[in-house]
Design a protein around this ligand. Structure first.
Ligand SMILES: Cc1cc2nc3c(=O)[nH]c(=O)nc-3n(C[C@H](O)[C@H](O)[C@H](O)COP(=O)(O)OP(=O)(O)OC[C@H]3O[C@@H](n4cnc5c(N)ncnc54)[C@H](O)[C@@H]3O)c2cc1C
Length: 305
């Protein structure tokens, strides 16, 4: 069932909008799981100014949700009411500055930022090459891998809040912890400044190649959302899931990966409900088996049909 079309009303509030604003756009293809219903309205701002203009002038009763590369996301089958914002071209720059600093737009893929740093002989950002999201997602999730985390390299994040105000956040103001950022949810990150250090381009390329081959050997890379649950304190999520007998468990078209059992995969015809139900089933079984309450790392947005 499509949502009522709110685009004409929205456009009346923001007549000078430059980015695309579309009703009932399917979101499945914007996520790694390839499932989920539509956005009631999808907005792709042209640039920072367009985003700020929209947020300042939109009707306040319309919910706003931002998505990145959808690599840590389940969009529920009923879709997402309100406006979903997806940053594109206007947020897709990466520049290398003095003192081994890298400035990146929030829509830039992490791997592209890692590559730009590598080419410039800047070490410290190679871990980003293993995370298949955008810089916006890395900021919100404090994305990390192979000993590095976003919080280790961030100097400043830039964004726009729900009222359309430009905001800047120092590392301390980001309130980072494990896969978490404390900045209020209404803030949409538009870019970041990272601090690297002098390195050797060939050595960094070798480090990135090693990250790639380790991941290819240990993780599914298709129709998944990466780690489903956060590692519980002092333990590994995959271990408690395995001990609860959930490796390979299937619900509808969704399966706990045989390769890495903290990953759920869409076998091809899963619904978002299959994937979420599978995740909840795993949580229940783990709780019953070991007493551990797993916490979702994957963000779930939208409504059930
Ligand atoms: C195969 C695979 C491997 C993975 N490996 C890792 C790993 O090693 N380490 C790791 O940390 N993660 C990993 N992930 C998870 C995922 O890649 C990260 O969480 C990533 O940072 C999410 O970025 P995204 O752009 O895809 O965000 P999305 O999945 O689109 O969104 C995730 C969250 O970020 C928010 N968000 C996105 N963009 C913005 C923005 N511009 N401003 C504010 N909020 C925003 C969304 O609202 C949502 O809450 C993996 C995922 C997959 C599929």
């Amino acid at each position: 069932m499509p949502f009522p079309d709110i685009v004409p009303d929205l456009k009346a509030h923001v007549p000078e909008l430059r980015g695309r604003l579309l009703a009932n756009q399917s979101l499945g293809e914007f996520t790694w799981f390839r499932v989920g219903g539509p956005a009631q309205a999808l907005f792709m701002p042209e640039d920072d100014d367009d985003l700020a203009y929209f947020l300042r002038n939109r009707p306040r009763d319309v919910a706003v949700t931002v998505i990145g590369a959808g690599s840590n996301l389940i969009v529920r089958d009923g879709g997402v009411p309100g406006v979903v914002i997806r940053l594109g071209r206007g947020f897709n720059e990466v520049t290398v500055e003095d003192d081994h600093r890298v400035v990146a737009g929030a829509a830039m893929l992490d791997v592209m930022v890692a590559r730009a740093a590598q080419k410039a002989g800047i070490a410290g950002l190679a871990f980003l090459s293993g995370i298949p999201g955008t810089i916006g997602g890395a900021l919100r999730m404090n994305g990390g891998a192979y000993g590095g985390e976003t919080k280790d390299i961030l100097i400043e994040a830039r964004g726009v809040d729900g009222e359309g105000n430009r905001r800047r956040f120092s590392n301390a103001e980001m309130g980072f912890s494990y896969r978490h950022c404390g900045v209020p949810e209404d803030v949409i990150f538009t870019g970041a400044v990272f601090q690297g250090r002098a390195g050797d381009a060939d050595a960094i390329a070798a480090e990135m190649a090693e990250i790639k081959s380790k991941r290819e050997a240990s993780q599914p890379r298709n129709r998944t959302g990466g780690s489903t649950f956060k590692n519980p304190p002092g333990n590994n999520a995959w271990k408690v899931i395995d001990e609860a007998g959930c490796r390979g468990l299937i619900v509808g078209g969704a399966q706990v990966s045989e390769l890495h059992c903290n990953f759920l995969i869409n076998l091809g015809n899963a619904t978002a409900a299959d994937i979420e139900t599978l995740g909840e089933t795993v949580r229940e079984r783990v709780k019953a088996q070991s007493g551990v309450a797993l916490e979702w790392e994957i963000k779930r947005i939208g409504i059930r049909p």
